[in-house]
Write a protein that binds this ligand. Structure first.
Ligand code: HEM
Length: 509
């Protein structure tokens, strides 16, 4: 296990000279950013007189979809967007396959450098980029093989999900704050798979894993405003970075008793000559995959939180909203789920049989992927793009996701069609496999592409089908009269409406 990170500097507050030095260096950073973004690749959100990038940032945060479509139309090649996390070169969607195969564009290096994976408190990112790839291997192998037991447990034990909070046996519709509730739903369901039932029920653990990603991004943003050479000491003082360190310490504190209890149970069984108890969650899986190599269980759990919580929450949130917006889907989905469970139970075969559900989730993801750009990569050396333009070493790039709304690829792309991928699958032929939720290709890059493609997507498919099947079999669902949740844009992010309320009524059949 890695050494505990010292938080001993956390008591120091910033002094007056430090504030002056900070202000000067901050200004210096802005000027440098302004210079560096003036390099040969054109910038789409550069405005005369905008020395402090105020307008550039405001446009990025509030108007990014248009910035990207303007950039693609204007340059038909790479262009830069100034973001609140530095500048990013956007590549047109047609380069997706090329990026996938380019060994000099690297995802891990981008996460390591740009998301400060090696800074104390940012250890969750450190685990994702660790060359041992232990967490990635656990996701690829153990999680995808053993999802069933853990998810079944979370479904059959209603205290782990939030559905018990919805239960109203009086036969009336009641409003549920879905925009907020869904994070707790996924938090509990995923935690059952990650850390087991005991911690999954712990309110402090839930709060920790649902807030760490936000705090980590706040930390990254705060640190980015400082020049590179100051970051290695300034991070000790920034409140946002301190919060991340405190959360890592809390994760260790909460995990420790669980680890001790397991160790004792194993030792007891061995002493009694009994087979040691087996645990079906990532705490146990990572130990098995590590096979004696050192690892940090708390940081590993934070890595799962970063990769899994916000992403899965967003997809489930939007899919149920889309189902409510298209109520004609509800009965077919419910019947499909009932048949699948009746025939196969909560098994891989049962989940596979939910092909309309698969299609509906994929359609929701097509229309609202998590991000306007994907395939974030760093150039490990100077790279020449297929159109001849040069990406200098160290450039951070991302690919426009616009193929997912491209009329040449998807008929009537602005129309939600829950049967879109179902029909392609049923038609058979070469397109059939690509129509599955877990399939990725250059026309559908919401889970990435190439060596860093999301290894958690198989778990996502099963988890979301299990969650939606449970909800639809237990409840009637609808949106309140006249309400239509709106997709929100925040920088590159596409977010499902956090204020969404749905109405639910307990079914009696
Ligand atoms: C809807 C939910 C999810 C979405 C949309 C999503 C999306 C992504 C994307 C876009 C990437 C980067 C791929 C690339 O750049 O080529 C990624 C990587 C990753 N995801 Fe997911 N993800 C989701 C859920 C999960 C879950 C549940 C887990 C784990 C249990 C997970 C684990 C990972 C890991 C470990 C990586 C890094 C892979 C590598 O660097 O090799 N993800 N994900």
């Amino acid at each position: 296990m890695a050494l505990a990170i010292s938080d001993s500097l956390d008591g120091f507050g910033p002094s007056l000279p430090l504030i002056f030095v900070s202000a000067f260096l901050g200004l210096f950073a802005i000027v440098i950013l302004h210079w560096t973004t003036s390099a040969s690749i054109p910038v789409i959100n550069k405005y005369s007189g905008d020395f402090f990038l105020k307008k550039a940032h405001a446009e990025f945060l509030t108007n990014c979809r248009k910035l990207i479509s303007d950039g693609v139309a204007k340059y038909n090649g790479p262009f830069r967007v100034i973001t609140t996390l530095g500048s990013r070169v956007i590549l047109p969607a047609r380069f997706a396959d090329w990026v996938k195969n380019c060994k000099d564009l690297d995802h891990v290096q981008l996460v390591a450098d740009e998301y400060f994976a090696h800074y104390p408190g940012f250890d969750g990112n450190g685990v994702v980029v660790d060359p041992s790839r232990m967490m990635i291997n656990v996701t690829k192998t153990k999680l995808n093989q053993n999802w069933r037991k853990s998810i079944t447990m979370s479904i059959s034990s209603p205290r782990l999900t939030s559905t018990y909070e919805w239960s109203s046996k009086d036969g009336n519709w009641r409003p549920v704050p879905w925009g907020q509730d869904v994070a707790r739903y996924i938090g509990r369901m995923s935690s059952a798979v990650f850390v087991g039932a005991e911690l999954a029920r712990d309110a402090q653990w839930q709060h920790l894993i649902l807030t760490y990603t936000i705090n980590l991004f706040n930390g990254v943003r705060a640190l980015r405003t400082w020049p590179r050479f100051t970051r290695m000491f300034i991070h000790w003082f920034l409140p946002e970075c301190r919060t991340c360190r405190k959360q890592l310490a809390l994760a260790r504190q909460l995990l420790q008793p669980v680890l001790m209890k397991r160790r004792e149970a194993i030792n007891e069984a061995i002493n009694d000559g009994q087979p040691p108890p087996m645990f079906d969650d990532t705490i146990a899986y990572i130990e098995e995959i590590a096979a004696g190599r050192p690892f940090d269980p708390a940081a590993t759990q934070l890595a799962f939180a970063i990769a899994a919580m916000h992403t899965t929450t967003e997809l489930l949130k939007q899919t149920l909203v889309d189902i409510c917006l298209h109520p004609e889907l509800i009965n077919p989905l419910r019947n499909e789920a009932k048949d699948a469970i009746a025939q196969h139970g909560w098994t891989t075969a049962g989940m596979f049989q939910m092909q309309l559900m698969d299609s509906v989730i994929k359609e929701s993801q097509r229309m609202k992927p998590g991000s306007l750009v994907n395939l974030e990569r760093k150039a490990l050396k100077d790279v020449t793009l297929p159109d001849g333009s040069l990406l200098p070493k160290g450039t951070n790039v991302a690919v426009d996701t616009a193929n997912m709304w491209n009329a040449d690829i998807y008929k009537d792309p602005a129309v939600y069609d829950g049967y879109r991928f179902y029909n392609i699958r049923k038609a058979g032929g070469s397109a059939s496999n690509a129509a599955q939720l877990v399939s990725v290709n250059s026309d559908f890059i919401a889970f990435g592409l190439g060596p860093s493609v999301c290894p958690g997507r198989f778990m996502v498919a099963n988890e979301l089908k299990a969650a939606l099947a449970t909800i639809l079999m237990q409840y009637d669902v609808r949106l309140p009269q006249g309400k239509r949740p709106q997709i929100m844009y925040y920088g590159f992010e596409m977010l499902s409406d956090p204020t969404t309320v749905i109405e639910v009524k307990r079914r009696t059949d």
